[in-house]
Design a protein around this ligand. Structure first.
Ligand code: FAD
Ligand code: NAD
Ligand code: NAD
Length: 501
């Protein structure tokens, strides 16, 4: 039954709200409306409540779940030994600590059923689930919900994340995308004894899911298909892509690289047939992981500026798109003072930008200067973290160490775009400053046990990938923020202790 609830408009003017909240105690609590129930909204809600526990914060979420983190959905949850994991959603992090996927139980929010209650005070964050915002009305300071009701905002946050890209025209119940807890539950139900699952896409999601599925008990066959040369080819230098692909194969994934999908059709007995041009694959289920489409529709329709190149909502340094309208997380196109305009699809960025937007919504006016990190794990052997621009189109300088045995210098072989160098990592020997001619990498050995990849643009270090090197994110951040030129790399290596265990 749709609820018609006309917005309650506070009588005070909205523009002076930040100065007045503490002194005037308005009768009607001015709502901070957070659109989207993901990590960015959750971080913003926490930040606002930290500054003012009585602030009227409303998270509007299309999903049925209270806000949760997505990273374990393609990693830790698949490695859980608990047969009830799809219900508990509890996972162990790499340190063995138990953690919850859902940030906090719905009971800790004031759960609203509809727009009514949006203007009453509460010490809890309000949570309106199963509702989609269909319109952002800048002139009236309201949002319209899919039930037709409106909620007045004092400040609003666009934290709508994105939708997984799809193959147009493909409609088969056994071809799905993967983003939510519901998607995890569904794929879990498909990954049963003897199933053949195809994962399309060689980026973060496709690679993590392929490895996770291959780890599953029950004789599950996993085929991964993508157009690039190897796993993570858009991020890693070529030699590292090749090495990683060989590792992913060792973990049981049948990787079909350099293959594009010609068509996806429903076959007999519920099978799905993938046409790869030179071969046809008949599988039980297909997971499509071919990138994200940021959800900028509300912003576009409201006339906000869209960064068409990066498909994000343009904001100023304070993460504001227009007066009282903020954006954070996957959907925001922001200006990074070190690296220029960016849009980032990673968890830590959602946390940092969400929190920062929240702080500015409740009265701050600080520029967003946090340098976020991201991580990915491909099974137990491969884990990496990164800061800044990590794009395989950039030049790279890599330094590798074997985790064991003698410190044989390792160097990448590869394209012109890379400038691999040899590093002698025994004792305190400095690395050779002169570029060394690339040697062929033997993919069978463990040369890429751990190492660093520096990404360079216009002689400046713009990105740093820490491959099986952990606990050094702050050092990486400091390097990016300092804007070092690439000739400083030798001197920067000391702090990474690559030669120690
Ligand atoms: P989202 O988490 O997408 O949240 C947006 C929410 O808004 C959604 O719940 C959506 O339903 C809702 N919404 C959208 N429009 C509306 C509307 N109009 N009305 C109401 N609600 C709306 N990053 C890492 O750094 N490391 C990882 O290991 C990692 N693993 C990942 C694993 C998976 C399986 C996935 C899918 C992503 C992973 N990421 C990882 C990326 C990370 O999860 C995202 O960057 C992060 O979720 C972005 O947060 P967000 O709040 O911007 O958007
Ligand atoms: P992605 O952008 O990382 O990778 C997209 C991949 O899709 C490409 O590598 C390519 O192989 C493939 N692709 C594109 N067009 C294709 C086509 N026509 N046919 C076949 N393959 C095609 O995106 P994703 O891997 O789909 O991840 C989805 C989202 O989830 C992203 O925002 C990502 O950042 C996020 N995510 C992040 C992590 C992490 O940070 N560790 C983990 C999982 C998911
Ligand atoms: P960090 O020093 O910035 O610490 C980040 C904090 O995140 C740690 O205190 C840790 O307790 C916590 N954490 C651990 N696992 C987590 C998870 N899955 N999701 C969210 N938080 C988690 O950086 P770090 O210690 O280098 O770790 C950063 C990330 O890298 C972790 O989140 C973890 O997933 C990943 N990692 C993986 C491995 C591995 O062996 N594959 C090892 C270390 C770290």
């Amino acid at each position: 039954e749709p609820v018609k609830n006309s917005a309650v408009i506070p009588t005070e003017s909205t523009s002076d709200s930040n100065k007045s909240t503490s002194t005037q105690k308005p009768k009607v609590q001015k709502p901070f409306v957070l659109i989207g129930g993901g990590t960015a909204s959750y971080a913003a809600a926490k930040a606002i409540k930290e500054k003012d526990p009585l602030a009227n914060v409303i998270i509007i979420a299309e999903e049925a779940q209270a806000p949760y983190m997505r990273p374990p959905l393609s990693k830790e949850l698949w490695f859980s030994e608990d047969p009830k994991v799809t219900q508990t959603l509890v996972f162990k992090d790499w340190q063995g600590h138990e953690r919850e996927t859902i940030y906090q139980d719905a009971s800790l929010y004031e759960v609203l059923q509809d727009a009514a209650g949006s203007d009453t005070p509460s010490e809890k964050v309000k949570l309106l689930l199963n509702k989609r915002v269909v319109k952002l009305n800048i002139d009236t300071h309201t949002v319209t919900l899919d039930d037709g009701s409106e909620i007045y905002y004092n400040k609003v946050l666009l934290a709508t994340g994105g939708s997984p890209k799809k193959f147009p025209g493909v409609q088969d119940a056994n071809v799905t995308t993967f983003r939510s807890i519901e998607d995890f539950k569904l794929l879990d139900s498909k990954a049963k004894e003897g199933a053949h699952i195809a994962v399309v896409g060689g980026g973060f999601l496709g690679s993590e899911l392929a490895v996770a599925l291959a780890h599953r008990e029950g004789n599950i066959k996993v085929t991964q298909v993508f157009p690039e040369e190897g796993n993570m080819a858009n991020v890693f230098p070529t030699y590292l892509t090749k090495w990683t692909t060989s590792k992913v194969r060792d973990l049981g994934v049948d990787v079909k690289s350099n293959k594009s999908i010609k068509s996806i059709n429903s076959g007999k007995d519920g099978k799905v047939v993938l046409d790869l041009g030179d071969e046809k694959l008949s599988v039980d289920h297909v997971v499509v992981a071919i990138g994200l489409e940021p959800r900028v529709d509300l912003a576009r329709q409201a006339g906000l500026e869209i960064d068409e190149k990066r498909a994000g909502v343009v904001v100023n340094a304070e993460l504001e798109a227009r007066s009282d309208v903020f954006a954070a997380g996957d959907v925001v196109s922001f200006h990074d003072v070190q690296l220029g305009r960016r849009r980032i699809e990673h968890h830590d960025h959602a946390v940092l930008s969400g929190r920062h937007a929240g702080e500015n919504m409740i009265g701050g006016s600080k520029p967003f200067t946090h340098q976020s990190m991201f991580w990915s794990d491909l099974g137990p052997e491969i884990g990496y973290e990164a800061v800044g621009l990590v794009d395989s189109q950039l030049s790279t300088v890599s330094v590798w160490a074997k985790a064991t045995s003698k410190d044989t210098p390792a160097v990448g072989a590869g394209s012109e775009a890379e400038s691999p160098r040899t590093a002698a990592l025994g004792s305190d020997a400095p690395i050779s400053a002169a570029p060394v001619s690339p040697i062929q990498v033997d993919l069978k050995d463990e040369k890429f046990g751990k190492g660093l990849v520096f990404y360079v643009r216009d002689q400046k270090i713009v990105g740093l990938l820490l491959f099986n090197v952990f606990g050094k994110v702050q050092e990486a951040r400091d390097i990016i923020n300092a804007g070092y030129t690439s000739d400083k790399i030798d001197g920067l290596l000391k702090q990474f202790d690559l030669h120690s265990e």
